[in-house]
Design a protein around this ligand. Structure first.
Ligand code: SAH
Length: 240
């Protein structure tokens, strides 16, 4: 019988990582499959910068993908590390940074493993549009909290779970408006704001702000506001 201890399974779903790998070559096409990420990027960047003043801060972007947010934060003067477990998007991110001249350190690492190695090493942790793709989001939230220094910021964004979010985020976005490829999201993995807030508090974080992100199909514009029914963002702080 096998007695040797096996390494713990990473908190990752190989099918999800492969899905993002298959989209990697179109990551930076603003009209391509990642269009929503390009469109929401200035909104979330300004919000993060307003709260956490990015210039000069050590930032880790967890689940950075092709680096849309990571690069933008670096361009605001942050010292950014981007981590992801999907190889192809990371390669695209590295190539894009070479072209754009942005300085970002990209690593193929899980949040959990970087947290074990470098606890409290970052002033700001961002983990956007990733939690709804992992098997155990509370483990990712705990790792993000561990990565932040006392007094540091942790930002999450994900998708709410209710009939409206099913209609808008899956039927509307993937089938009617075709904003995203079919199969991008799985309803059961969506997370209610109160659930994410509880995960954050259990991980030792204070929830500072919960903000909604809405899409108007007529103007084809995203906006931040009070409506958290579908997409939303959470800002947390690690107590001093
Ligand atoms: N955060 C980026 C990309 C979102 S797409 C942005 O908002 O612009 C979701 C990303 O999460 C993909 O790049 C995918 O590879 C990554 N991901 C999924 N599961 C992961 C895991 N367990 N650990 C790290 N990254 C993961």
């Amino acid at each position: 019988m096998e007695t040797a201890e096996r390494p713990p399974l990473p908190n990752a779903d190989p099918a999800e990582l492969q899905k993002f790998g298959a989209l990697a070559h179109r990551w930076w096409d603003p009209q391509g499959d990642m269009r929503p990420l390009h469109e929401i990027n200035p909104l979330r960047l300004d919000w993060i910068d307003r709260l956490a003043s990015l210039a000069g801060q050590r930032v880790v972007d967890v689940g950075c993908g092709g680096g849309i947010l990571a690069e933008a934060m670096a361009q605001r003067g942050a010292r950014v590390t981007g981590i992801d477990l999907s190889t192809k998007p990371l390669r695209v991110a590295q190539l894009h940074a070479l072209e754009s001249g942005a300085t970002v350190d990209y690593l193929e690492r899980s949040a959990e493993s970087l947290a074990a190695e470098s606890p409290a090493a970052f002033d700001v942790v961002t983990c956007m549009e990733m939690l709804e793709h992992v098997p155990d989001p509370s483990s990712s939230v705990l790792a993000c909290s561990t990565l932040a220094r006392p007094g540091g910021w942790v930002f999450f964004s994900t998708i709410n779970r209710n009939p409206k979010s099913f209609l808008f985020a899956i039927v509307g976005a993937e089938y009617v408006l075709r904003l995203l490829p079919r199969g991008t999201h799985e309803y059961a993995k969506f997370i209610r704001p109160n659930e994410l807030a509880a995960m954050s508090r259990n991980a030792g974080l204070e929830v500072v702000e919960i903000l909604g992100l809405t899409y108007n199909p007529l103007t084809r514009r995203f906006a931040l506001g009070g409506d958290t029914d579908v997409n939303y963002l959470v800002a947390c702080r690690k107590p001093q």
